[in-house]
Write a protein that binds this ligand. Sequence first.
Ligand code: FES
Length: 279
Amino acid sequence: MADTTEKPTADMTKEERIAAAKARAAERAKAAEQTSHAAEESAGDEEALNAAAQRFQALKEGQTVSKSRKEREAALLNRAVDISPRSTIETLPQAAPTKAQGLAVNRREFLIYAWGGALALIAVQGGLGTLWLAYPRFKAGEFGGTFTMTTIPEKGAKPAENLAGKFWWSNAEQGGGMAALYKVCTHLGCLYEWKDQTHRFECPCHGSKFNQSGQCIHGPATRNLDQFVVTALDQSGNEVDKTTADHRYITAQDGYTYKVDTGRKIQGEPANPAIAVEV
Ligand code: FES
């Protein structure tokens, strides 16, 4: 700032020089005060600039990450609690949660549980039904169940017919041995009969012939008669013999008990041309 006060000269009086000096001092004090205000304003601008720079840096570094909905709700709740009168918050009645509220599930969970339970129930029912069908149970003495035979036919004698069990209880003298022969023809399923005249089984439908052991000796059937599984038990009830696909004839002995399982069939083997007969 330019010094506008009057400079002392040699022709001034002492009083005039003192007055001029005071005027210059006042002028300098005023200039110093103005300089100080300008410096303060400059400092304030600098602080604002620094704060803006910090906010910009924070945004740039991703510090203002968007909060999740739950976090925003929690923040809003905290703000509401903060701005609410303390007395109001503290005097609000706090109802104890009921048992139903403690176990409450939302709609989505309820539907998931309901569907899961229904599917589990269907799966269990299906499994039980399958097991029930896979393991049918027949009473003893009805077809599909077990028949107990305590007598054996004489070797070579007429086979005993078991109508309920649908089998011939046959003890052949030649060709095999004792077996429980299924009464259905292996050609197309007719019921064949025993013929005393020819001493063999003959089918009335198409003329197939089978010997007493069930072997096919004349077509059109192409395989032997089917048999049921037979188990022989001794007097103590111990199993002593049992028919299988590789062991088709059971040991015939007085005193044995035989269990014929009409639920288990052994399929007849292909016919042997070597034993075929001419009619
Ligand atoms: S069904 Fe027995 S021979 Fe045809």
